[in-house]
Design a protein around this ligand. Structure first.
Ligand code: PRT
Ligand code: ZN
Length: 283
């Protein structure tokens, strides 16, 4: 049995559970206990606060966990990053009151900076050769400057709207973060094999993300034009139809360029275009 530490509530909970569910690891949503066994896969979920996840995995109380890279870095816990997961994207940045005439990182010399990430901040300041006072605050770091307990803040930024509404501006990005799967470096071979199976499934889910399966009917004399429009497809499927003048083309398209390409396909004579979601893709 592989034990996975997952944030019990908060920003990473839903995406983590959705990923497990897409990987066909079924966990009851009636979550009344700390530890829940999956129904159809040898894993159990340990629900924790995100702050506790790096240590729990480093200590081997859980074998793997899902946590923000920022949290892992801050704690310096002895856990391996097994896979980046692509959700929970954010950055750790320094921000100053918007009226400050910011000239560069030396501005922070001798100033007070409020943060919940003192280790990452101190490491950065040392690298930059800046001496500043680091004030550790848990929660609502963004109000520190307006209440006069700090000159600047170092905090998580995502859309940036929290900074704007507190009259702050982002001046230095110190670290980019996202949710990562972390693992205990000393996991047994048996557990590692369950993890490998889980990673294989996650890979299949992630490969399908943002992709659509597209089927269309194409006049035979237009097939070459249609294939020229399809981006980066090694070998799309081309199949004959009952009407010898037509054939069916099947391919995988990226959601990002989808409408643009569909337009070009229509212009080149494609008809009866069907677009189907892809659940998993094993490459
Ligand atoms: O209860 P528990 O301790 O488990 O949760 P928590 O409250 O400590 O953490 P939570 O759920 O807020 O965040 C978990 C993880 O999500 C973080 O460690 C980050 O890796 C990631 N993440 C992604 C974020 C954000 N985006 C985010 N925007 N964590 C926090 N924020 C906060 C930030 O602190 C700031 O107050 O959102 C505000 C900024 O957002 P914008 O969009 O206004 O810039
Ligand atoms: Zn937390």
């Amino acid at each position: 049995m592989l034990r996975i530490a997952v944030q019990s509530k908060g920003r990473l909970y839903e995406d983590t559970m959705a990923l497990l569910s897409e990987a066909d690891v079924k966990v009851s949503s009636a979550r009344r206990t700390l530890l829940v066994r999956a129904k159809n896969f040898p894993v159990e979920i340990l629900y924790l606060r995100d702050d506790d996840i790096p240590r729990t995995v480093a200590d081997g109380v859980a074998d793997i966990g899902v946590v923000g890279l920022n949290e892992l870095e801050e704690q310096g816990a002895e856990a391996d990053v097994v896979r980046r997961l692509g959700f929970g994207a954010c950055r750790l940045s320094l921000a100053v009151p918007k009226e400050v005439d910011y000239t560069g990182v030396q501005w922070f010399e001798g100033r007070r900076i409020a943060t919940s990430y003192p280790h990452i901040l101190t490491r950065y300041l040392n690298e930059q050769g800046v001496n500043a006072e680091v004030h550790v605050i848990t929660g609502s770091v963004e109000v520190s400057t307006s209440i006069g307990i700090a000159d600047a803040i170092f905090d998580i930024v995502s859309s940036g709207s929290t900074l704007v509404s507190n009259n702050l501006k982002e001046v230095e990005t110190v670290m980019e973060s996202e949710a990562v799967m972390i693992g205990n470096p000393l996991m047994s071979g048996y557990k590692r094999s369950i993890l490998d199976e889980l990673l294989f499934r996650i890979e299949a889910v992630k490969s399908a993300e943002g992709k659509k399966y597209v089927l269309m009917n194409v006049p035979k004399d237009k097939v070459d034009d249609i294939l020229a429009v399809l981006p980066g497809v090694k070998s799309p499927t081309v199949m004959p139809l009952a009407d010898a003048a037509w054939c069916s083309v099947h391919t995988v398209l990226d959601e990002e360029r989808f409408w643009e390409i569909i337009g070009q396909l229509k212009e080149n004579g494609a008809q009866g275009i069907l677009v189907v979601p892809i659940e998993k893709m094993i490459i």
